[in-house]
Design a protein around this ligand. Sequence first.
Ligand code: HEM
Length: 109
Amino acid sequence: MDNVLYQTHIGTWAILALAVIVSLFYRSFYLKIFFRILAVLMLTSGIGLAISLSFPLVFVMKLIIAVLCIGLVEMLLKREKPIKSYVLLGSTFISFLLLCLIGFGVIRF
Ligand code: HEM
C-alpha cells in the first residue's frame, strides 16, 4: 500500500507542475479538471504517506502549504491574464518550491 501511495505521489508532482504551466498560457476547462484530479491525488497520497510516517510536524506544514498552493493556482487560473499576475505567480512558485524541498528532504525539522 505504501508503495502504491509513494509511486502515485512521486509520479504526479511533475505532471501537476506541467499542467499548471500549460494552463497559464492555454485556457481549457478539461485542463482545469485534470489539474484538480491530480491535486486531489497528490494530497491524498501525500496524507497517506505522512500517516504511515506517523505524521511528523514537517508534513503538517507541508499539508498546509499544499492546500495554500492549490488555492493560489485556482486564483491564478481565474485571472484574465494569469501570466501578468506577478505577485500571485511568485507566491505560487515559492510555495511549490517549498513543497518540493520538503518532499526531497532538503528542508526537515
Ligand atoms: C501539491 C502538493 C505536493 C507536492 C508538489 C509534493 C511534492 C513532493 C515531492 C517532489 C516529493 C519527493 C518525491 C521523491 O522522493 O522523488 C514528495 C514526497 C513526499 N511527500 Fe509530497 N508533495 C505535495 C503534497 C504533499 C502532502 C499534502 C503531503 C502530506 C501531508 C505530502 C507528503 C509527502 C511524503 C510523506 C513524501 C515522502 C518523503 C520521504 O519518503 O521521505 N506531500 N512530495
